[in-house]
Design a protein around this ligand. Structure first.
Ligand code: TMP
Length: 221
């Protein structure tokens, strides 16, 4: 049995976290006969939770862009070693809220760091591990900003505070990544009601999951 990694991506306010939770319940309830792990970056481990607060808390001290890149990489290396790899080795399906595409989109396109540096940091953290499938929830940055404002009790974190132009560049980054990796990244129109988006998500996932299960069966027989 082969484990699989499904990642959920998009700009802040894209609705990906809700979709991930719904997918998790749907997969568990529908008895897909595979154990699941739902996790996230940054902050999928105890060490990662410390890193997440350094990364996201608004602070008087300015976090250097390269330091930011390296902290995301550190979070990911720990997360892969402690959570993702062991789960995949047991044949589990891993649902991950953000992964490497976020680093290319945010640190590469958003911050404008040199892509070679971003690639190096990603390679060091992942040692080549790539998602089997990525759902990119594409929303209009202005609409996403409104959603974030409406979010009950939600404060603004450091990346959200980077502004609309930053979110626009980041969205553009996801767009370019989707063009570069059309087999892996599936674009989902996230501008609709969350329930309507979830219908699309299930339509995308169902054939893939069936294919993976039949590949596993072939492996066993
Ligand atoms: P979240 O609130 O969706 O969990 O994401 C945390 C923030 O971290 C979000 O603004 C995106 C940002 N981020 C990056 O800038 N680079 C990365 O590699 C990751 C994983 C997240």
């Amino acid at each position: 049995m082969q484990g699989r990694l499904i990642t959920f991506e998009g700009i802040d306010g894209a609705g990906k976290t809700t979709q991930l939770q719904w997918v998790r319940s749907w997969l568990a309830d529908a008895g897909w006969a595979r154990s699941l792990v739902a996790t996230r970056e940054p902050g999928g481990t105890g060490i990662g939770r410390h890193l997440r607060s350094v990364l996201l808390q608004v602070n008087d001290e300015v976090l250097d862009d390269r330091a930011e890149l390296l902290l995301y990489a550190a979070d990911r290396a720990q997360h892969i070693a402690q959570v993702i790899e062991p789960a995949l080795a047991e044949g589990q399906w891993v649902l991950c809220d953000r992964f490497t595409d976020s680093t290319f989109a945010y640190q590469g396109f958003g911050r404008g760091l040199e892509m070679g540096l971003v690639e190096q940091s990603v390679r060091m953290a992942t040692q080549g591990l790539q998602p089997d499938l990525t759902l990119w929830f594409d929303v209009d940055p202005e609409m996403a900003a409104k959603r974030r404002q409406d979010r009950a009790g939600g404060g603004t974190d450091r990346l959200e505070a980077a502004g609309l132009a930053f979110q626009k560049r980041t969205r553009q980054g996801f767009q370019e990544l989707a063009t570069q990796f059309p087999g892996r990244i599936v674009q989902v129109d996230g501008n609709q009601e969350l329930e309507a988006v979830f219908v699309i998500v299930k339509e995308i996932l169902e054939p893939r999951l069936k294919q993976w299960l039949s590949e596993d069966l072939m492996e066993v027989s």
